[in-house]
Design a protein around this ligand. Structure first.
Ligand code: DQA
Length: 141
């Protein structure tokens, strides 16, 4: 099984940005953790990140016929990118939305995810473990 994890804007600044919300773990440390956890459950994982909306769309389209599952943390684009919603709808790949923080417990503008209706499910509030939950959920499909 091949899964691509797509991370959006500002996630490369984990360990630097708002530590009270996102913790001290750096982006690189999180990626190492995810590669290790995926190996344990015998899932091949690739991880990509971009701060640019169009590049995220290219990653989604690039997954077509190459990956069995997508895990996406679209960062702030989650809350307004219809283009990312359309990209997820365009490909027939199980896609799970992940957020490190509990977006429901934060500012009101984070409560709505415009990409959620295009996704198989949403996991939020469990930090980096949320991605591991998502990998396991894709394995069950
Ligand atoms: C986030 C939540 C978003 O609201 C925010 O814009 C992010 C990170 C999360 O992982 O908790 O950049 O997606």
């Amino acid at each position: 099984m091949k899964v691509i994890i797509i991370n959006g804007p500002n996630l490369n600044f984990l360990g630097i940005r708002e530590k009270g919300v996102y913790g001290n773990t750096t982006y690189e440390e999180m990626c190492s953790y995810l590669y290790k956890e995926a190996k344990k459950i015998q899932v091949h994982v690739d991880i990509v990140q971009s701060n640019i909306e169009g590049e995220i769309i290219n990653f989604i389209q690039g997954a077509y016929e190459k990956y069995d599952g997508i895990i996406i943390n679209a960062g702030a684009y989650t809350h307004y990118s219809i283009a990312i919603f359309d990209a997820i709808k365009s490909i027939s790949i199980n896609t799970i939305e992940v957020h490190l923080s509990n977006i429901q417990a934060r500012e009101e503008f984070r409560h709505k995810s415009v990409i959620a209706p295009a996704c198989y499910g949403q996991i939020c509030g469990f930090g980096k473990y949320g991605y591991v939950m998502a990998i396991n959920a894709l394995v069950q499909q």
